[in-house]
Design a protein around this ligand. Sequence first.
Ligand code: ZN
Ligand code: ZN
Length: 366
Amino acid sequence: MRIQAAVCREGTGFPQIEALDLEPPRAGEIRVRLAAVGVCHTDIRVATRPMGPRPMVLGHEGAGVVEEVGEGVGEFAPGDRVLMSYAFCGVCVACRHDAQSYCLEAMPRNFGGSRPDGSSPLSQQGRMVHGAFFGQSSFATHAVCEARQAVKAPDDIPLERLAPLGCGVQTGAGAVINVLKAGQGQTLAVFGAGSVGLSAVMAAKAVGAGRIIALDVNPARLAVAQDLGATDVIDPRQTDPVAAIMDLTGAGVDFVLNTTDRTEVYLQGIACLGPKGVFAFVTSPGADLAVDMSRLMLGGRSIRGVVQGDSEPRAFIPRLIELHRQGRFPLERLITTYRFEQIAEAMHDSETGAAIKPVLTFPQAG
Ligand SMILES: [Zn+2]
Ligand SMILES: [Zn+2]
């Protein structure tokens, strides 16, 4: 079928909307008509750097309505509302042991620009266009994905609000709930108050964390962090973050979540850890780091890399939706909506910090 999709051509820059052809779903796949798709930093990173094949359609926080199901798909039917999360194989040792976000095929399946067999559901005048970004390439009016990466969406919450759960929101909330397992009265510092960091703040409040410290260089985002439950905010341009956190906590925090890729923040975050503290991070640093291993050992401290908040989407996303329904996870506070045609403006606003979580909407879908 003919669709509209935002295509990254040769070189780097924001994608442009073009007409493409989309194959029908193959066995195990579904076709989704998009109602909304979040813009994540990973999309902007791949678009604006020489990363990944071209031409390619990005987009990996899609939500919409199932239009067609491929052979062997029994769990979805046309008309079902779904959101799409990341791709995983479902059979490797990681997938079989509740570690789907660490699937051994995660890199080719999410970033390879094709299905595992090298094909793409997308083409233009018979020429392949790379798709299957995060198994979905949802910067488009329609997307084909594997059924296993789709999560049924409830009818009582707008899809534009649910879309970001598939990556950014589950990453931040999952880091706090699944990985750090922060609990009543514990202390957490979150470096970076973007959509991942603010999702972590909301999750920390929801689980009853004691002190929740948010750090960012954008005062508007710090204000949002306070509204969402941060007990303390620090602008690291104004105040030394390590000294400030030590002042607030005495011996350091139980947990740090670093959502930035700034080298100095990794070292600051590790320096803020109290005894048995855990430093979690969700993106790679811009350069190699020298970490004081003695400080880790003597304090029983640890460092933990995190992908997708360790989230198994079908188990975790419904829990976040229930918290949201109860008013304990107000993720609408993060979202600014744009029409699909405004994708460049949405990406620009994400980069400048004017929007925390841009979500593109498609008026023709319901
Ligand atoms: Zn796997
Ligand atoms: Zn993402």
